[in-house]
Design a binder for this molecule. Structure first.
Ligand code: NAG
Ligand code: NAG
Length: 318
């Protein structure tokens, strides 16, 4: 899915935070965030990461200690600042597929990585809010916010090839290991979906040190792990799809802080991760540009704790 803070912002009054979670993130902290957020604009950024291939392999054998990564920006690319990125994936050949949100503005796009040029744009019906997107075979699969309806598109011309109904509470994120779909609905649950029937064939809660990790957002399947943007944070969780354990955290708060310090006051939440399997490149989004980023193992956040930075209370929009 996506991102969200913005999209979901207009519905804030209807939010029903569920039971307080056992984390140091105080209600005040959250409230403050939501008051400040309306100052940000409905725009996103794309980030492009670069991953050293052996880090994730190592993490498979060190599930007991969560690894933490900081990032280094090694490249920047242009990105349509009006694209409210909710789903992102790398389609090979320097091409990105992107799902954008907001009512009346939602779309599926084929975008040239280097230039940000939108090669093909499929405009969605104005009543749909585009969310997570994934590519399986020749088809793109997309979920939508606050609806259980998803869409299937031809990967070459983005023509609509079908619709589906899923069983998640909402449609936020979508990815695939090439066989099944993984989905998120903003809760702490990571779903496994059959790509033909769209039935839930497995699910589990994402956990970090005993805490449920809520607001699981845009997803990407990378080297046997599911990577997820955590909505309303600058964190990406590296999740074991076998048991939901958070294997690692990628901290992007400094990138966002630096962008704001540089005058980009309209930055929205991080959202969107894409992975180039052949070149070990990882892409993600943040407004207003696309960044290529390298991961560095880190001993921990420079300020605060992982719980404060990466865990939020659950939100319900439906
Ligand atoms: C890659 O993209 C270029 C430029 O759009 C195109 O000419 C070429 O045919 C594409 N190659 C493949 C294998 O899709
Ligand atoms: C899109 O491509 C598919 C084949 O991949 C074709 O069947 C379909 O007619 C095309 N749609 C449009 C609108 O060009």
């Amino acid at each position: 899915m996506s991102s969200g803070s913005v999209k979901k912002r207009p519905r804030r009054s209807s939010l029903q935070p569920s039971s307080p979670m056992a984390s140091p993130v105080s209600p005040t902290f959250w409230k403050k965030g939501s008051v400040l957020l309306p100052l940000f604009m409905v725009l996103c950024v794309l980030m492009l990461f670069f991953v050293t291939p052996n880090t994730s392999r190592k993490s498979m054998f060190e599930v007991s200690s969560t690894r933490i990564y900081s990032i280094e920006v090694v490249n920047e690319f242009p990105h349509d600042p009006n694209a409210f990125t909710q789903g992102l994936l790398y389609g090979g050949n320097d091409t990105l597929f992107e799902s954008t949100g907001l009512y009346h503005q939602s779309s599926v796009r084929k975008v040239v990585l280097q230039t940000g040029k939108v090669e093909i744009l499929h405009k969605m019906d104005s009543s749909y809010f585009g969310e997570g997107l994934t590519l399986l075979g020749e088809r793109l699969f997309q979920v939508t916010w606050l609806k259980k309806t998803g869409f299937i598109y031809d990967r070459y011309n983005l023509s609509k090839r079908g619709t589906f109904t899923h069983q998640m509470q909402d449609g936020w994120g979508l990815t695939t290991d090439g066989k099944i779909l993984f989905g998120s609905d903003g809760s702490s649950t990571l779903y496994q979906l059959d790509p033909k029937t769209f039935k839930v064939i497995g699910k589990g809660d994402v956990k970090y040190k005993g805490h449920d990790v809520y607001n699981i957002n845009e997803l990407e399947f990378i080297n046997g792990e599911v990577w997820a943007n955590i909505w309303q944070t600058d964190c990406i969780a590296r999740i074991s799809h076998k048991d939901g354990t958070v294997l690692g955290w990628i901290l992007l708060n400094e990138l966002r802080e630096n962008l704001i310090a540089a005058g980009n006051i309209q930055i929205d939440v991080l959202n969107g991760i894409a992975w180039d399997r052949e070149n070990n490149r990882l892409f993600g989004k943040l407004w207003p540009k696309l960044y290529e980023i390298k991961l560095h193992p880190s001993s921990g956040p420079s300020q605060g704790t992982i719980e404060q930075l990466c865990l939020r209370k659950p939100f319900r929009f439906v």
